[in-house]
Design a protein around this ligand. Structure first.
Ligand code: SF4
Length: 299
């Protein structure tokens, strides 16, 4: 490990050059007790549904040093994903290429450009990414549970660098937002005062859940993911199209109409979603969602 302090201004300048819209540095200390209690309570309530991985490595999520021994600094990064046009059946975040690949590549470039030592994570390791985005001053955690970045709203992907170097300067969390005048229970029953109940969430059901959809699940707007709480978040007013071409939908995806979705073949699916995060739902899962969506579109 190098003994030189990490130059925070250099990291931020390079992050901006690589297309990140926000970058902040936090000390890699254990997660604040109030967040840890909330997280444990969320698990106790079974709000994670079938996402058993959320139950594993709880201590590792709360103590970064257990994930990356010797970690001193956590750099949180945000990239704007708001597409300029979109295919209405699909959540805004999934219109373009798989964000895991796009962010990981940029983060590796950032580590190389700044001589950083450590590891990078994009939604694939036991990391409380929203907590670190808040702790490093990248954004605020809204009442809907999303992270909103000033000037960009909640339409951002997050990634983290766990570095073994100490930084010359660390960022402070942003002040809490004003109380939001949104009746979240009316926006969606999955948004409870104790956090998101994934079992009631369309996004979870259409992406993570395997097997038949619950009988009462109504897919009126999208068949992959759900943007209702994203759009209802007051900071969504600050969202604007990204300059990142990777997050724009292809022409072929834009042109898909309800009848095309109904007749989607496996070959078309593979070609439309090559390099897309939508492959997570698999062909059968997507067809299951489309069937339910078409039923409600036509009713
Ligand atoms: S993604 Fe949709 S279903 Fe899930 S919490 Fe938000 S509004 Fe509710």
């Amino acid at each position: 490990m190098s003994s030189a302090l990490l130059n925070s201004k250099l990291v931020k300048a390079q992050a901006s050059r690589l297309g990140f819209v926000a970058c902040g540095l936090a000390k890699a200390e254990p997660v604040a007790e109030s967040f840890a209690i909330r997280y444990r309570r969320w698990l106790d309530l079974d709000f994670c549904g079938e996402m058993d991985y959320m139950r594993r490595n709880v201590e590792m999520r709360l103590k970064p040093d257990l994930l990356v021994p010797g970690v001193r600094t956590i750099v949180s990064l945000a990239m704007n994903f708001m597409p300029s046009e979109h295919q209405p059946g699909i959540s805004l975040y999934a219109q373009g290429k798989d964000y895991h690949d796009v962010l990981r590549e940029r983060m590796q470039q950032l580590m190389q450009a700044c001589g950083l030592e450590g590891r990078c994570f994009v939604d694939t390791a036991p990391v409380l990414e929203r907590y670190w985005a808040w702790q490093s001053g990248v954004g605020i955690v809204t009442q809907s549970g999303l992270v909103a970045v000033p000037g960009y709203g909640p339409t951002v992907f997050l990634g983290e660098l766990f570095l073994t170097q100490e930084a010359d300067t660390y960022d402070e969390p942003l002040p809490d937002s004003l109380p939001e005048e949104v009746g979240w229970a009316k926006v969606c029953p999955a948004l409870t005062p104790e956090g998101l109940d994934a079992r009631l969430c369309i996004s979870y059901q259409t992406i993570e859940h395997r097997g038949p959809l619950p009988d009462n699940l109504r897919l009126a707007a999208t068949f992959y993911g759900c943007d209702r709480c994203l759009r209802a978040t007051p900071q969504f007013a600050e969202s604007h199209p990204t300059a990142e071409p990777a997050f724009q939908p292809s022409e072929a995806l834009l042109q898909m109409a309800p009848d095309d979705w109904q007749n989607l073949t496996e070959e078309q699916y593979r070609s439309l979603f090559k390099g897309s995060a939508i492959k997570r739902a698999k062909y059968d899962g997507l067809k299951r969602n489309i069937e339910r969506w078409l039923k409600h579109c036509k009713s």
